[in-house]
Design a protein around this ligand. Structure first.
Ligand code: SF4
Ligand code: SF4
Length: 162
């Protein structure tokens, strides 16, 4: 008999964004941190009214073969001085679904570096296990042209503005 183990977040996790912008800043990582999938490149190019190649030239570079947004010092090139996202309607999916990324759904990660960066972790709205997993799946689906790209019913970027 095989019983699937309940994950540690089976009773859900609380999260509400305070719009602090800290997740748009590099915290000493030695890698780029805003990766762009094909559909996100298209969306951002359209947001600026640019041809795809012009957008890539102006705002991106590559890191280990992946297209990534340029940095402005220690932060995303699209974060303004008031810590607001200047491409909010076209921001990448990883920005809409943080902190419910698959790699963050490890208790030590969640209660360690994720909570340290993000003051919204552990506060406010309750996300159920099913909602959390739907958000993590949608995050990963952005790179899969065959995946259903329909947003989950409830995800961090469905209402707040950072
Ligand atoms: S997700 Fe967290 S770190 Fe990012 S802006 Fe919201 S509260 Fe701040
Ligand atoms: S695109 Fe916007 S939300 Fe995403 S990291 Fe940059 S400033 Fe933050």
């Amino acid at each position: 008999m095989s019983a699937k183990r309940r994950p540690w977040y089976s009773d859900g996790l609380r999260f509400t964004c305070t719009a602090c912008g800290k997740c748009c800043v590099n915290h000493g990582e030695d890698y780029a941190y805003v990766y762009l999938a094909e559909i996100e490149i298209d969306a951002l190019a359209a947001h600026f009214g640019l041809e795809r190649d012009a957008f890539l030239e102006r705002y991106t570079t590559t890191d280990q073969g992946e297209v990534v947004l340029l940095d402005n010092g220690d932060r995303c090139i699209f974060l303004d001085d008031a810590m607001r996202c200047t491409v909010y309607p076209a921001r990448p999916r990883q920005c809409r679904t943080w902190p419910f990324w698959r790699e963050n759904l490890d208790r030590k990660e969640w209660d360690g570096p994720i909570r340290d960066v993000c003051p919204g972790v552990g506060t406010g709205a309750l996300y159920t296990r099913d909602e959390i997993e739907a958000i993590a799946d949608w995050t990963d689906a952005v790179d899969d042209p065959d995946a259903d790209q329909t947003p989950p019913r409830h995800y961090p970027g469905d209402g707040h503005a950072k």
